[in-house]
Design a protein around this ligand. Structure first.
Ligand code: HEC
Length: 122
């Protein structure tokens, strides 16, 4: 319940930022961790490796997103898609995700713990 409230607050923020059409649409979307499981094959190559560094020689640290709040992940993916965050790989990945994909992926990662098995679809 608390998580849901947080989710709505995130999108209220987007409305304030002038994306009210998006906010109205996204508030109706309910993520499913189970659906997300089949959508993260794109992500696990980078995000499931502890301390992995991507984009050699630029040497970026890849953030650990397992266990992260679902709304946080949706927000991050949304701003990559909109180009407000500039990391090139994340931008091109996020630009191919629908709002439903992002919500599902957010719930999938939110459900992860340190002892979760690595996704077999990796
Ligand atoms: C090629 C490696 C790579 C792949 C594949 C990849 N990411 Fe990322 N991701 C990164 C890197 C590097 C960053 C940090 C970029 C930056 O500094 O903005 C990042 C950042 C993020 C963030 C922001 C985290 C934060 O705390 O700010 C999220 C959320 C995220 N990725 C989710 C995903 C999802 C979901 C997928 C699959 C759909 C995915 N990524 C695929 C490398 C990758």
């Amino acid at each position: 319940m608390k998580k849901h409230t947080h989710f709505l607050r995130q999108f209220a923020l987007f409305a304030l930022m002038g994306s009210s059409g998006f906010a109205a649409q996204a508030a109706d979307i309910q993520g499913s961790a189970q659906a997300g499981q089949s959508k993260v094959w794109l992500c696990t190559g980078c995000h499931s490796i502890p301390d992995y560094r991507a984009d050699y020689p630029m040497v970026y640290r890849v953030p650990i997103i397992g266990g992260q709040n679902g709304a946080y992940i949706v927000t991050a993916l949304t701003v990559y898609k909109k180009g407000e965050r500039k990391h090139p790989t994340m931008r091109s990945i996020a630009s191919n995700l629908s709002d439903q994909d992002m919500a599902d992926i957010g719930e999938y990662y939110a459900a992860q713990t340190a002892s979760s098995p690595i996704n077999p679809l990796k």
